[in-house]
Every structure is written in structure tokens, then in C-alpha cells.
Design a protein around this ligand. Structure first.
Ligand SMILES: *Cc1c(COP(=O)(O)O)cnc(C)c1O
Length: 230
């Protein structure tokens, strides 16, 4: 098991440095510990360090963890979400970062209404255009936001993207910047019920660049809790 205390300490100081370079308050950057590659025990160890946001990307792996540890954290669903799994996600996860199609939004809306709750959703955008990545194309986002903002049991609260893996993290900057500019553009339109607060961007390899470009949620797996499955 990775020493999470040390890793968490190091990550926090790197976040502070990145924030100070661009005059941001570190409190405006929330760390989501991505526990998809680690055990229940390691997830508990992360919670014991005071980490309060947990990210999972596969429903089958996430549900048992949630059953045992659910109340100790805010849960974020960050992976591709199949429509038939929505019923297991709504009510457990406070945030879904991977909203990328209307049929998925309709199912989240339906299940949230049935449970009498509102699900926070971020629209996943494929800024880089890589075919292997999910997400809407940037030019599809406005139409999609207009449609989904009519849904009463969905709170659209931000945008999410994944940058390509780059050996030189600086090369991800334009991806993060474009997501930020898209948020500015959408918020500027003042559509009813559309105030996109969050930018979910930055992973182990590139989180400092993402913070410099405005990330409010960074999703950290290997650098923080390690990777026990590879
Ligand atoms: C796995 C994953 C992460 C974390 O990856 P690391 O590189 O280990 O930090 C972040 N976001 C998403 C969507 C993921 O699937």
C-alpha cells in the first residue's frame, strides 16, 4: 500500500504551489481520490487521512465500496456510464461527471425523480477529439445544455474533460483552457438554470496545469492512492 499520508501531503503542497502561481485559493480546488485501482482497505485509509471526495468509474466495483464506506465521503461517478446502470448510481453518487448523451440524461432524470432527489451532473466534453475518449464535441455542448437544463431532477453544475496523456504535462494546457473558455461562454449566455460552477479536469499526470487553468475538481488516482491492480 502506498503511504497515503505522505502522498496526500505532497499533493496538497503541489496544489498550493500551482494555486499561488495563478493567484487562486487552494480551497477552491477539491481533490477527488480516484479509488478504482485500489482495495476497500486503501480507500478507507484515504478517508482516514481526511479525504472527503471519492471517485469511481465502474459501477460493479463502486457499489460494494459505497455500501461499506458510503457515508464517510461524497461520491463522484467519473467513468463512462451505461444507461442500465444509472439506477445503481443515482442516490449513491452525488455527482456524475460523465453526462454525454440525452438518453443518459433522461434516465438520470427519471431515476432521480423516482428517488425524490436532484443529481449533480457535469457534461463530459471531448476537447482533444481523440476517438478513444467519450464526451460531446465542443460544438454540441450548447444544444445539449439547453435540453438538459430543462430537467428538474438534474442540476447541471459543470464541465468535465480528460486530456491526452502527455510526457510533458504543459502540452495539455490548451485542452484545459478550451474547457474553461467553453464554461465562460455558456455561463455568459445566462440560460435559465445554467450556472456551471465546476471544471472537473486534471489527473495525476497533469493536475497542476489543470489548476492553473481553473480546475475546481481534480481527479487523482495513482499519485495519491496508488495503483494496486497493475
Ligand atoms: C482513472 C481516472 C482518473 C485518475 O487517473 P490517474 O492518472 O491515476 O490519476 C481520473 N479521471 C478519470 C475519468 C479516470 O478514469
Amino acid at each position: 500500500m502506498q503511504d497515503i499520508q505522505i502522498a496526500y501531503h505532497n499533493v496538497k503542497s503541489r496544489i498550493e504551489e500551482a494555486c499561488s502561481r495563478v493567484n487562486r485559493n487552494p480551497r477552491d480546488v477539491s481533490i477527488i481520490a480516484v479509488t478504482k485501482y485500489v482495495s476497500m482497505e486503501t480507500t478507507q485509509a484515504a478517508l482516514n487521512q481526511g479525504i472527503s471526495h471519492i471517485g469511481e468509474s465502474r459501477v460493479q466495483d463502486a457499489v460494494p465500496k459505497w455500501e461499506l464506506l458510503g457515508e464517510q465521503a461524497t461520491w463522484h461517478f467519473i467513468g463512462h456510464l451505461q444507461t442500465n446502470k444509472v439506477k445503481d448510481v443515482v442516490g449513491r453518487f452525488s455527482y456524475i461527471h460523465s453526462l454525454d448523451r440525452l438518453s443518459l440524461a433522461e434516465e438520470i432524470e427519471k431515476r432521480s425523480r423516482q428517488k425524490g432527489l436532484v443529481t449533480n451532473c457535469l457534461v463530459q466534453v471531448n476537447i482533444s477529439g481523440e476517438e478513444t475518449k467519450f464526451g460531446l464535441k465542443p460544438n454540441q455542448v450548447l444544444e445539449f445544455v439547453k435540453e438538459t437544463s430543462k430537467m428538474k431532477y438534474i442540476n447541471l453544475c459543470g464541465l468535465m474533460t480528460m486530456a491526452p496523456y502527455e510526457l510533458v504535462p504543459e502540452q495539455t494546457r490548451s485542452v484545459f483552457r478550451q474547457l474553461r473558455e467553453l464554461r465562460t461562454e455558456l455561463n455568459g449566455l445566462q440560460l435559465p438554470r445554467v450556472q456551471l460552477e465546476h471544471l472537473s479536469m486534471g489527473m495525476s499526470n497533469d493536475f497542476e496545469v489543470a489548476i492553473e487553468e481553473g480546475a475546481t475538481f481534480i481527479r487523482l488516482g495513482s499519485v495519491l492512492v496508488g495503483n494496486e491492480k497493475n
